[in-house]
Write a protein that binds this ligand. Structure first.
Ligand SMILES: NC(=O)c1ccc[n+]([C@@H]2O[C@H](COP(=O)([O-])OP(=O)(O)OC[C@H]3O[C@@H](n4cnc5c(N)ncnc54)[C@H](OP(=O)(O)O)[C@@H]3O)[C@@H](O)[C@H]2O)c1
Length: 271
């Protein structure tokens, strides 16, 4: 298993995203993914599937080998809310602790230092092994790393060839944090990409696999989601080929204005 190291923490480079996976299908897919070899599962309070994710992890019989991430929703970042919500997440997951706990989105209504203080407390008290952030900008990363008492191991951000994230990736690297790419196959948009399809043909790989490999080859962790068992295997089979420098550059050229999929404009408007 390929790993990305950040601040003495090792993150399996291919994980399973679970947003929008629900019910028995979710539990079954998580279990199948782990059987195939996935050792990293990503959930969140907002996905309403922590119970099923926990069920899938337990059913695999491999809990101790699997890194489980959950994320605190942005309306619960005040310390008391955060602490209560993390304990509720663990009860839903039926786990003693998660491996990684993230702030899902920044919330400007709650001082970051207070939230990070509560995150650090969760780590010290054993409810999570590590802490990190998600959807943090360059400026927020600088502030977060300045005030946190525990190391922040990653920033989970939207990342795929259609979006130029060079600045925030550079900021993560400078801070020694891993980059975890969400929507890594552009919510399925990569699968019909002509350039990545053409490149993939030479390696016997699909456009989606080329897309994931392009991220992985930059040391970026990927967490593609699929509701289909056969695609679990496809998305995991990206370690047995290598893109050339020229191909890496060509794919980087796909970045365009308006390439972002997940809407950020609602984030400052928490009520
Ligand atoms: N931190 C955050 O704010 C945040 C935001 C968004 C997402 N995330 C996390 O990141 C994970 C992944 O992101 P995402 O779910 O937005 O998007 P994604 O993984 O880029 O795309 C998922 C979509 O792509 C399709 N797909 C997956 N693999 C494929 C393949 N090999 N070939 C063709 N189509 C494929 C899936 O369809 P099928 O089901 O039909 O295969 C699904 O519709 C989420 O599930 C979640 O865990 C985090």
């Amino acid at each position: 298993m390929n790993m990305v190291e950040a601040k003495d923490f090792r993150i399996p480079i291919v994980g399973l995203g679970t947003w929008a996976l629900r019910g028995r299908d979710c539990a079954r897919l998580v279990e199948q993914a782990i059987r195939i070899g996935y050792r990293h599962i990503d959930t969140a309070q907002m996905y309403d599937n922590e119970a099923e994710v926990g069920e899938g992890v337990r059913a695999s019989g491999l809990r101790s080998e699997v890194m489980v991430t959950t994320k605190v929703q942005p309306t619960l970042l005040a310390p008391r809310d955060l602490e209560r919500s993390v304990k509720e997440s663990l009860a839903r997951l039926r786990l003693d602790a998660v491996d990684l706990l993230l702030i899902h989105w920044p919330n400007p209504r709650v001082p970051l230092a207070e939230t990070l203080g509560a995150m650090a407390k969760m780590k010290r008290e054993g409810f999570t092994k590590q802490i990190g952030v998600s959807n943090f900008t360059v400026a927020l990363l600088a502030e977060a790393n300045k005030v946190t008492s525990e190391p922040l191991v990653c920033n989970q951000i939207e990342c795929h060839p259609y979006l130029d994230q060079d600045k925030v990736i550079a900021a993560c690297r400078k801070a020694g944090m891993a980059v975890v790419a969400y929507s890594p196959v552009a919510r399925g948009g990569a699968k019909d990409d002509k350039l990545m399809e053409r490149i993939g043909k030479a390696y016997g790989k699909t456009a989606a696999q080329v897309c994931l490999r392009w991220l992985m080859q930059q040391g970026i962790v990927v967490i593609p989601r699929t509701s289909k068992a056969e695609r679990l295997k496809e998305n995991f089979a990206i370690v047995d080929f290598e893109l050339s420098d020229a191909e890496m550059k060509e794919i980087a050229g796909l970045a365009r204005r308006g390439g972002r999929i997940v809407d950020w404009t609602w984030s400052p408007k928490w009520d």
